[in-house]
Design a protein around this ligand. Structure first.
Ligand SMILES: *Cc1c(COP(=O)(O)O)cnc(C)c1O
Length: 452
């Protein structure tokens, strides 16, 4: 080990050759899960005292293990929120892996952190945050939301302290009934309560409802969380009125734009996000709709000191780093050691330019619109919601939940598509979420036809 031998050199060629092969879209199988027993019998034991060798491990990976993983970037993987990393982003992940860069402190990773910050700045500018906004890339929206909510609680505590008032016995967060599951989960980690505001027929959290709840709950509220692109329907809350209700009362306003935030780079979609600039913190997952490999979530603080106040770790062994007064990414979320996971995203932005991002995201919004039209034109399916962002939700007329399930299983076992049922108002529905701009209208028609 730890020796760059000829053998390792040829392994490097094999690994690059495999990676090249995998990045060519038309050779990408959808993949299918196997059981543990099936995998055990095909793979055998891989972790042994003398090792099985890199060539053999790579063979097992490429022939058995990888095909047992779904290709989330497949053109017909349309469930949950897919991914579709660009070639440049995926390639640069190899460089990040080879480079041993510590991304926690400026002193150790300044060059990489500078580049990550360029990418964060692009997002902050799209959102319209003030010039001194900044943040960090964290593993995902779940950690991003939790880190932001801890910041919100810190800000609320500081506000009460300044006014000489006591902190509540139990903090609460105001969220909507459409908030992502990670938000209540984060609140549970914090032993905080979530108070859900029921949304109306438009499914949007709005300012008057938030204002009324804030006035009733008073000092108990640690923060308000709005969603810009709900996971099931792609709905964007009324960010302006919610943001104003928060700002007027000096209450922390967090926007969960994990999925939807990507659409900020499409000029025609930007008005939907009006008011996002009022946020105290925002998360956007480049590993969803901004074509970065897993895992990559941008957490932005309007006032980075609010992040630092709750997340900077202090210890004798860190004092030297702190003494430099630098921009240390570890200060802005729940972590210390970190991979510079924003670099593949930065490299891709630098390679293709931001216009290409706007075009790719717009292409998927258009796919959703066209899918909506195909559904409207067909007899066996019915739209239950106007396509929003890149999400289309529809019912298969007359089917029971079991029939939805069976259809999904058939599509999976034949590796036709990955489209799982979701629920809307308690009823089973199908849902497409378009992330891959290579998905074609023919493929959409093929999937709809298989539901006939
Ligand atoms: C996906 C998603 C999350 C969670 O993000 P992860 O990266 O999966 O942890 C949070 N909020 C919304 C709105 C999402 O779509």
């Amino acid at each position: 080990m730890h020796d760059y031998t000829d053998h390792i050199d040829s392994l490097a060629d094999e690994i690059i050759a495999y990676s090249r092969w995998r990045m060519e879209a038309d050779r990408m199988p959808l993949g299918k899960a196997l059981t543990e027993d099936e995998l055990r019998s095909q793979v055998g034991s891989t972790v042994t005292p003398s090792g099985i060798g890199g060539g053999e491990a790579l063979r097992l990976f490429s022939e058995v293990l990888a095909p047992a993983c779904l290709s989330i970037d497949h053109t017909k993987y349309l469930s949950f929120v897919p991914a579709a990393p660009t070639e440049a982003a995926a390639l640069f992940d190899v460089v990040v892996g080879a480079s041993s860069i510590y991304g926690g402190s400026w002193m150790e990773g300044s060059g990489a952190i500078f580049a990550e910050n360029e990418a964060l700045q692009w997002l902050a500018d799209l959102a319209g945050l003030k010039a001194d906004a900044g943040g960090v890339f964290v593993p995902g929206g779940t950690i991003g939301n939790l880190s932001a909510m801890v910041g919100a609680r810190g800000a609320a505590e500081a506000r009460l302290k300044a006014k000489g008032r006591d902190r509540p016995n139990r903090w609460c967060f105001l969220i909507s009934d459409t908030a992502h599951s990670s938000v209540p989960s984060a609140a549970a980690v914090m032993d905080a309560e979530v108070i859900k505001i029921a949304t109306g027929p438009d499914r949007r959290l709005n300012g008057p409802a938030v204002a009324a709840a804030l006035d009733e709950l008073g000092d108990r509220v640690a923060g308000v969380i709005a969603t810009a692109g709900t996971t099931n329907l792609g709905v964007i809350d009324d960010l302006r009125s919610v943001g104003e209700a928060c700002n007027e009362r000096d209450v922390f306003f967090h926007v969960d734009a994990a999925y939807g935030g990507a659409a900020l780079c499409v000029a025609e979609q930007r008005p939907l996000f009006d008011g996002i600039e009022l946020a105290d913190s925002i998360i956007i997952d480049p590993h969803k709709w901004l074509f970065a490999p897993f895992d990559c979530c941008a957490l932005l603080w309007a006032d980075p000191d609010q992040g630092r106040a709750v997340h900077a770790q202090h210890a004798g062994y860190l004092a030297f780093l702190d003494s430099q007064g630098d921009w240390n990414p570890s200060d802005f979320a729940i972590h210390l050691t970190r991979r510079v996971r924003g670099l593949p995203f930065w490299f891709s932005l630098a390679t293709y330019g931001t216009d290409a991002y706007g075009e790719a995201v717009a292409t998927t919004v258009e796919l959703a619109r066209v899918a909506g039209e195909k559904i409207r034109a067909a007899d066996h399916v019915r739209l239950v919601w106007e396509p929003s962002l890149s999400i289309v939700v529809f019912e298969r007329i007359g089917w029971t939940a079991d029939q939805y399930q069976a259809c999904t299983e058939a599509m999976m076992s034949e590796e036709i598509a990955f489209v799982v049922p979701s629920r809307h108002d308690g009823e089973p529905v199908f849902r497409f979420c378009f992330i891959n701009p290579r998905t074609t209208v023919d493929e959409i028609e093929e999937i709809l036809a298989s539901m006939a």
